[in-house]
Design a binder for this molecule. Structure first.
Ligand SMILES: Cc1ncc(COP(=O)(O)O)c(C=O)c1O
Length: 382
């Protein structure tokens, strides 16, 4: 009998839940109208769209009219940064060196247009000190952008404290909550956020759907020009099936959040203790900092993460070497390098991210498999 495959890469993407697939099918096949149409077909689609907006708003603690659907987290991050910068024309943007490329490359683009970009480095645990952010805030600062949870290490950043600093100075604050939404509470007022990016495929919804929360009154340029969709800010006939699925996926994730994440935390800790107990020369990246319950990032001395990833894949176990977007590239993770890891160690890091459907049996299989694989690879490179 073939051994079942084990998926431990939920920070890259997650499987679609059956209930969520059911909603998608309904809006693709039956309620397929254009939500802008006045007839019943259109109104059915409109109802699905607005129900999803209400569900997202209730999850984020905001008004439905402050939720704007996008094609994903990347677009929401781009819109927040470019839209906010365009509304101001010039000035300083403060962000961190460990952001996702959706934020960092948007900043690089804005830098070319003449904006000043300041990157705050994290401490060796991958945690950004709010005081280091505060030191860069001045009266030219037009935007601060910080992620809530790092996608590679899972380290939770002190966004609520950063939000207090920006509030006091009246500086708009963008939070990339793509990895945290559905895993830990994301309440816009508690974070002091004016802009928040979220994505469906990280919480068992479909790929290609996300949202940008924009606090009422935030100066933000329209993003896509055309019809009056999404409050006249992002034109284009909406991806109704994807959006309705996002609404349900978010609602389910939030309803189950505390019990589910507690269980994932237990499994992650079991994996961590099991691997550290069986293998020397391993360090946990992000150790000592608050972390997402589902994420374990390890640097394993004397191996290349790609070789390890492929070795595990041959055994049916899917993990990631750093972020999915940079995997396959030659460069070690910018996040681990910013934390001060030696290149050699950063090049031997693996990310395990647990999620819906993972079990203790799966974790134990990985604990049993990994040490032998590492020893073989170390022997080869010695
Ligand atoms: C922190 C973070 N921001 C943004 C994104 C981009 O989201 P999407 O894949 O929906 O474009 C990701 C995806 O990996 C992420 O982890």
């Amino acid at each position: 009998m073939k051994t079942p495959r084990i998926y431990l890469d939920h920070n890259a993407t997650t499987p679609l839940r059956p209930e969520v697939l059911g909603v998608m099918q309904r809006y693709l096949a039956e309620a397929f109208g254009n939500p802008s149409s006045l007839h019943t077909f259109g109104q059915e689609a409109r109802a699905g769209l607005e129900e999803a907006r209400t569900r997202l708003a209730s999850g984020l603690g905001c008004a439905p009219g402050e939720v704007h659907f996008t094609s994903g987290g990347t677009e929401a991050d781009n819109w927040a940064l470019l839209g906010c910068a365009a509304a101001r024309g010039q000035g300083r943007i403060v962000t961190t060196a460990i952001e996702h490329h959706a934020v960092l490359h948007s900043c690089r683009h804005l830098q070319k247009q003449g904006f000043e970009v300041c990157l705050v480095r994290p401490d060796p645990r991958g945690w950004v000190d709010p005081e280091a952010v505060e030191a860069l805030l001045d009266d030219r600062t037009i935007l601060v952008s910080a992620m809530h949870a790092n996608n590679e290490t899972g380290v939770l950043q002190p966004v609520a404290q950063i939000g207090q600093l920006t509030r006091r100075r009246g500086i708009p604050f963008h939070v990339d909550a793509v990895q945290s939404f559905g895993k830990v509470p994301v309440q816009v007022d508690q974070l002091g956020a004016d802009l928040v990016a979220v994505s469906a495929h990280k919480l068992n919804g479909p790929k290609g759907v996300g949202a940008l929360y924009a606090r009422g009154g935030t100066r933000l340029e329209p993003w896509i020009h055309g019809g009056g969709h999404e409050g006249g800010l992002r034109a284009g006939t909406e991806n109704v099936a994807g959006i309705a699925a996002f609404g349900l996926a978010a609602q389910l994730a939030l309803a189950e959040q505390s019990a589910h994440q507690r269980e994932l935390g237990r499994l992650r800790d079991r994996l961590e203790v099991g691997i550290l107990g069986a293998l020397g020369g391993v360090q946990v990246n992000g150790q000592g900092a608050p972390r997402l319950p589902n994420t374990l990032n390890l640097s394993i001395a004397g191996v290349q993460s790609e070789a390890l990833l492929l070795g595990l894949d041959l055994e049916g176990v899917a993990v990631s070497s750093g972020s999915a977007c940079s995997a396959g590239g030659e460069e070690p993770s910018h996040v681990l390098l910013a934390m001060g890891l030696e290149r050699r160690l950063a090049a031997g890091s693996l990310r395990f991210s647990l999620g819906w459907g993972n079990s203790e049996v799966e974790v134990d299989r990985v604990i049993a498999l990994l040490p032998g694989l590492v020893r073989r690879l170390r022997a080869l490179s010695a």
